[in-house]
Design a protein around this ligand. Structure first.
Ligand code: COA
Length: 189
């Protein structure tokens, strides 16, 4: 029987996460957490069953959680949710699309999602609570800190360090062996 998972954040990024989880086939989505005004609405086939205030109770009932809120200008809300969940003992599994490739020589932290057609090469290290979005490339020996979003089609070349809480926009390219500082926002392209 599939393990149940709760998704937190019911916006556009959540839909992409749902597709990854469905294709992966490991977890059954038990419901979504969002704002009180959206309770009982559906995101694709799944109902918004609770709000942030219900998290302590949900952690007692369910084991697995994924933060499906997007991240562009600020990582703060995703970080707050991650800390709350960790402190309550929730499990935040790594989710990897079966259409992605993650080298067995790469490391990936908990709560991170690797989306369709992303490629994580040998020696790469990716922190916790990251989004490695559709078609992103993380080259050999690159280091991605905690709470980063590497957006669709972005390229992080070999040995480059992306410091925690950073957003790298769609189709941006980071040269090899450079370091990008904490909580940076790099625009698309
Ligand atoms: C960087 C970003 C967050 C800035 O947003 P913002 O604060 O609302 O900034 P604005 O759109 O007001 O733009 C400010 C200025 O920067 C320029 N600019 C913004 N984004 C740019 C980009 N990606 N490349 C080049 N110039 C850009 C704007 O043209 C504008 O210039 P101006 O002052 O001469 O008119 C946004 O433009 C961006 O790139 N978002 C990410 C998109 C993306 O990759 N999404 C991924 C989803 S998976």
């Amino acid at each position: 029987m599939k393990q149940k998972i709760i998704l937190i954040g019911g916006g556009g990024h959540c839909k992409s996460c749902i597709d990854v989880i469905e294709q992966q086939g490991v977890y059954q989505i038990a419901g979504i957490v969002d704002l009180p005004g959206k309770l009982h609405q559906k995101i694709l086939d799944y109902e918004i069953i609770a709000t942030d205030d219900d998290l302590p109770d949900l952690v007692k009932e369910y084991e697995n959680f994924l933060i499906t809120l997007g991240q562009i200008k600020s990582p703060d809300k995703r970080i707050r949710l991650f800390k709350t969940l960790k402190e309550s003992g929730a499990k935040l599994p790594v989710i990897i699309s079966p259409l992605a490739y993650a080298s067995k020589h790469a490391q990936i932290g908990d709560g991170t999602i690797i989306m369709h057609h992303a490629l994580i090469n040998a020696g790469a290290k990716i922190g916790s609570n990251c989004i490695i979005n559709t078609k992103a490339l993380i080259e050999h020996d690159a280091i991605i800190g905690d709470h980063c979003h590497i957006a669709t089609g972005a390229i992080i070349n070999g040995g480059t360090v992306i410091s925690p809480r950073t957003f790298i926009g769609s189709n941006a390219m980071a040269k090899e062996y450079i370091e990008i500082g904490e909580q940076t926002v790099i625009g698309g392209g």
